[in-house]
Design a protein around this ligand. Structure first.
Ligand code: GLU
Length: 267
């Protein structure tokens, strides 16, 4: 039986293409809906972490730039600006439901350093004790090429593993993993359940991200490989209508469900 009915600690990941319009401006309606669903799950007693992209995309929109800067300092500056705007919006929307958020900006070196990793875990756990929602992004303004995760799909899986999450839900702009390209092949079918991420499964991922975000299906499969390897059930589903998240917790089939490997490998 797949479904996340019994999951208590859940990491959600939302990408730039879900959070912004092609103009680069924030999709306020979608963000508001997402926050309302997550707030409702919190009210049920679940512990939620939101890994959000959008800092660079929203910064680009706010600055009125025609495209993402190609140079690192340009992207870092855009992230500084967009991150503020993102957190302002999340704070405003979550406050409407009397929920408290906190920001965690993470770099790869924070996770790889024992002391900083422990500090991070302590911060997450104390946030949960306070009933607050950790909102996570990569610290794009200081993460340079050599130390960057680069995509929040991987970051969300690392975070899920770090905090011993029960589930990871990656929201994207297609319905899940297909056995062909749904944009060009009308016979392409959604794969409802994957019990092992084999090279054949990976070969099904195209490599396209959007010009607002990064990633594409392959980074999501890489993330699912990390999380399922740590025993964490993982779902890739469409975030266009965030109320679809309810279906997942009502035990209905939605998106592609990657079964977490249960056993002694949850390290
Ligand atoms: N951390 C980047 C941002 O907030 C996004 C990375 C990604 O697209 O996965 O803009």
């Amino acid at each position: 039986m797949t479904g996340l009915k019994n999951a208590k600690r859940i990491v959600f990941k939302v990408g730039t293409s879900t959070l912004t319009y092609s103009t680069g401006k924030t999709n306020i309606r979608r963000m508001a809906k997402l926050v309302s669903v997550l707030s409702d799950l919190l009210n049920q007693g679940k512990e939620i972490v939101l890994v959000t992209s959008g800092a660079i995309g929203v910064g680009v929109g706010k600055l009125g730039l025609k495209e993402r800067p190609k140079d690192t300092p340009g992207r870092q500056a855009a992230a500084c600006i967009g991150q503020c705007e993102l957190m302002f919006m999340y704070d405003k929307f979550f406050s409407e439901y009397s929920h408290t958020i906190g920001q965690l900006l993470i770099t790869k070196s924070d996770v790889e350093n024992d002391e900083r990793r422990n500090n991070l875990i302590n911060a997450f756990n104390t946030m949960f004790e306070y009933g607050a929602i950790p909102i996570v992004n990569e610290n794009d303004s200081v993460a340079v090429e050599e130390i960057v995760y680069g995509d929040n799909d991987s970051l969300s899986a690392i975070v899920a593993k770090l905090i011993g999450a029960d589930a990871l839900v990656i929201l994207t702009d297609i319905d899940g993993l297909f056995d062909g390209n749904p944009q060009s092949d009308i016979d392409a079918r959604l794969i409802p359940v994957v019990d092992e991420i084999t090279p054949e499964i990976k070969a099904l991922a195209g490599d396209a991200g959007t010009n607002r975000g990064t990633g594409g299906m392959i980074t999501k499969l890489n993330a699912a490989e990390i999380s399922t390897g740590a025993g964490i059930d993982t779902v890739i589903m469409c975030g266009t209508d965030p109320t679809d998240i309810y279906k997942l917790f009502d035990g209905h089939q939605i998106g592609t469900f990657f079964i977490g490997k249960k056993g002694d490998n949850n390290g």
